[in-house]
Design a binder for this molecule. Structure first.
Ligand code: GAL
Length: 697
């Protein structure tokens, strides 16, 4: 097998810095200014052409590459590399006018009109023919262009068109099901079609889960999500294979959307194997845990990438345009957000977009060069960040050090638990996972976000983690169950929450009492689920002090476990709420209600104490600072990230690092030296300290 190129060509000695660049929106005079400002900012790489199909092919088979040639040449002359898009994300009007049958269809059977973007069916053979022709044209034309550093396939695959219910999708879904199940009997068994007279007697009867009289079959819905993800991946590989044929030396990526909102349209943990390096887009979700969510997503992106360096393809310098209310970032946040991604293993920090558009749906979206121009705090912050990334070049290629705590993340659990016809539609898988992450950060403890899928292909292992958190690990297959049992058998400490272990990979209940797959390991049985209404809460009496539960409770019987907390109010008063079973030399703790970050803190304090996990931070900085360490041959780099709006002092940084450190000085870094080994970390600031790597003899 040939070795694939791993990283944008020519970027092995510097951190990438740049943006999506859309010169087609601007006259040439502006291009001159763009290059001047890019140089001033220290931009090293830009993504070009993402939405430029209509400019490259203004009419069928009429090509116009002159403008792109010029852009590529100008960028190269300025020493700026290009992550060249395949330009297929948004089909031009002539194509949808000629072939309206490429347009996606929603679950009601309504065809979506063109006029926005990404209006194409992932399974459309016609779309694919046109798109791959364009990809081939670009690949052959720019194969040897010296600016070409990487390929950027499409854009955020599935962002707007993940779930297509068209006839093309129906045919592809049936083929996918035939490959998965082989026979109709297998499919009928997996989908539980004995229920509601849903038994299929011919493959042609099977449809995507279109709008039905009531809840469509849940396994059909889950399989449709899996299929839709695979359809996007198959499309991704089709473009990739064209590129690899013509430019085997150029690495290929596409921008994922690893964020904690809704279940992802594409299974990124799986799709990581389709690309040469992982790239991610991240946008903040407003709320009290916004910063922690960014950190968690960056952390998880590293987990998806198998802890290899990854590329932050997009984030924003300030406000976006697509929230109900779009507030700007506060001073320092542009740098803090960027450097948090860097801390978690990004070797490139890029934005959407270079220059704020003057027309179109995203004209209110921030950019590196805002409408206010270069005389603006945003541009000054961009310039400072560019200089800082140059100073931080030795970080390139280092890897994030492993934490002692892992939080498992499982897309199928997320999909299944948030499907319709469940005990509560208020359950938010990602929120529960984030609450544990926040609670750990509140205690000064970092965790690795680990995709469950990565445990089975060598990207990750539970070995060596002192504590493993399984938030709402709802869908559990036999190998995952076995991995958790052997982890605890081997002396590990596992904590699982409500709704874990309930269903198999087909979304059927595991046999016997809840929590099914994890029942024996946890030593409890759930007689009944008892979700709480909005605004309702229960109190708990516990060894950790009083706690409050919301969202969910279980009517729990203890089979073989110690009770750590009991419900103290409501109809379950007196019954177990938090339990622990010793199993081998390890323990398995069960938390049957939503405690939120404040309630999880005392639980985690006890658990971390038991597991021997200690915060490296001094008491005064715990909770206020996130510490992430990257290390490699060039040294250990401690990223100290101020989570809040107040200055934080760390008196003895050498004690945190376990040896002498040098605080790196750069314009976007907020750490200033305070005494011999002291650090003052400004509001929302990030400091980076370097410790030489000791070479053991
Ligand atoms: C991303 C997308 C960009 C831009 C950005 C705005 O989802 O890839 O093209 O739309 O959002 O925040």
């Amino acid at each position: 097998m040939t070795q694939r190129p791993q990283w944008p060509l020519g970027h092995h000695d510097r951190l990438g810095f740049g943006a999506d660049y859309n010169p087609e929106q601007w006259p040439r005079e502006v291009w001159d200014e763009d290059i001047r400002l890019m140089r001033e900012a220290g931009v090293t790489i830009v993504s070009v052409g993402i939405f430029s199909w209509a400019h490259l092919e203004p009419a069928e088979e009429q090509w116009d590459f002159a403008w792109l040639d010029e852009v590529m040449d100008r960028l190269h002359a300025a020493g700026i590399a290009v992550d060249l898009a395949t330009a297929t994300a948004s089909p031009p009007p002539w194509l949808t006018a000629k072939h309206p049958e490429i347009l996606p269809v929603n679950e009601r059977g309504e065809t979506l009109w063109p006029g926005g973007r990404q209006h194409w069916r992932p399974t459309s053979p016609i779309f694919r023919t046109y798109a791959l022709r364009l990809v081939e044209k670009l690949a052959t034309r720019y194969a040897t262009h010296p600016a070409l550093a990487a390929w950027h396939i499409s854009n955020e695959l599935g962002c707007h068109n993940a779930y297509d219910y068209s006839e093309d999708a129906a045919a592809a879904f049936r083929a996918w099901l035939q490959a998965r199940y082989g026979t109709l009997d297998e499919l009928n068994a997996a989908w539980g079609t004995a229920f509601w007279s849903q038994r299929y007697s011919d493959w042609s009867q099977i449809l995507p889960p279109r709008l039905a009289a009531t809840f469509p079959n849940p396994t059909q819905q889950l399989d449709f999500k899996r299929f839709s993800s695979d359809a996007l991946r198959e499309y991704l590989r089709a473009e990739r294979d064209v590129l690899r044929t013509h430019t085997p030396h150029v690495p290929v990526t596409t921008n994922f959307m690893v964020m904690l909102g809704n279940p992802w349209p594409m299974d990124y943990a799986a799709a990581a194997s389709d690309v040469d390096f992982v790239a991610n887009d991240h946008y903040l979700r407003p709320g009290p845990q916004a910063r922690d969510e960014l950190s968690f997503s960056a952390n998880l992106t590293a987990g998806i990438a198998g802890n290899r360096p990854w590329f932050l393809m997009e984030h924003s310098t300030s406000a976006v345009n697509w929230q109900p209310i779009n507030t700007p970032k506060l001073p320092g946040e542009l740098a803090r957000d960027s450097l948090t991604h860097l801390a978690h293993g990004a070797d490139a920090i890029c934005f959407f977009q270079w220059r704020q558009s003057k027309a179109g749906a995203e004209k209110y979206h921030s950019a590196m060069v805002p409408q206010a121009g270069e005389d603006s705090d945003i541009f000054r912050s961009v310039v400072a960040l560019g200089a800082t990334l140059r100073t931080l070049a030795p970080v390139v290629g280092t890897r994030r050090e492993r934490a002692r705590v892992a939080i498992l993340v499982d897309l199928d659990s997320w999909r299944a638990v948030q499907a319709d016809s469940h005990p509560s539609d208020r359950v938010r898988y990602a929120q529960e996972a984030l609450d544990w992450y926040t609670a750990l950060l509140d205690l000064g403890i970092g965790a690795d976000a680990v995709p469950v899928a990565a445990l089975f292909d060598g990207r990750a292992t539970l070995d060596g983690y002192a504590l493993v958190v399984a938030p709402i690990l709802h869908l559990v297959d036999a190998r995952t169950r076995d991995a958790l049992i052997s982890y605890v058998d081997g002396g590990g400490h596992l904590v699982a929450t409500y709704l874990s272990g309930i269903v198999t990979e087909h979304d059927h209940f595991w046999p016997g009492d809840f929590p099914g797959a994890l029942r024996d390991l946890l030593g409890v049985r759930v007689q009944e689920f008892a979700p709480l209404r909005d605004g309702e809460s229960v109190t708990l009496e516990s060894a950790f002090g009083p706690l409050t539960g919301t969202l969910w409770t279980d009517k729990l019987d203890v089979i073989d476990a110690d009770v750590l907390a009991r419900y103290a109010s409501g109809w379950l008063a007196g019954r177990a709420a938090v339990t622990r079973r010793a199993h081998g030399t390890g323990t398995a703790t069960y938390v049957s209600t939503r405690l939120g970050p404040a309630g999880l803190r005392p639980v985690l304090t006890e658990l971390c104490g038991r597991a021997g996990v200690v915060s490296p931070l001094p008491a005064a900085a715990r909770g206020r600072v996130e510490l992430v360490v990257r290390s490699g041959p060039s040294g250990r780099f401690l990223f100290l990230i101020n989570r809040g709006d107040e200055e934080v002092a760390i008196e003895d940084l050498a004690a945190v690092a376990g040896g002498p450190v040098e605080i790196i000085d750069a314009p976007a870094l907020a750490g200033s030296s305070d005494g011999a080994s002291g650090l003052r970390l400004g509001p929302r600031g990030v400091a980076v300290a370097r410790q030489p790597t000791t070479v053991s003899s």
